[in-house]
Design a protein around this ligand. Structure first.
Ligand code: ZN
Length: 84
């Protein structure tokens, strides 16, 4: 990898954003976002951050859209408990 900091971050922060959740757009491989996915499982996606805060900045996010991690974990635990 040749860059550690994307100097176009200010243009991104102040510019027009795609409609919808950016993480879901990455998951759905939308042409509106840059997809830098490095790993994908049934539950999570690991992606390089296009505008990293430091070298090697990765984002780990759930495949399913949720508003909070607590909600994701609670629903997942409930689903898991139903299978046993
Ligand atoms: Zn989402």
């Amino acid at each position: 990898m040749e860059y550690f900091f994307n100097f176009e971050k200010l243009a991104y922060v102040t510019g027009k954003k795609p409609d919808g959740c950016i993480l879901c757009l990455i998951r759905d491989n939308s042409p509106e976002v840059v997809n830098l996915t490095v790993h994908e499982s049934e539950l999570f996606i690991v992606s390089i951050n296009l505008y990293p805060f430091n070298p090697g900045h990765l984002m780990i996010f759930p495949q399913r859209h949720t508003y909070t991690c607590i909600l994701f974990l609670d629903i997942h635990v409930n689903l898991e408990s139903q299978t046993y």
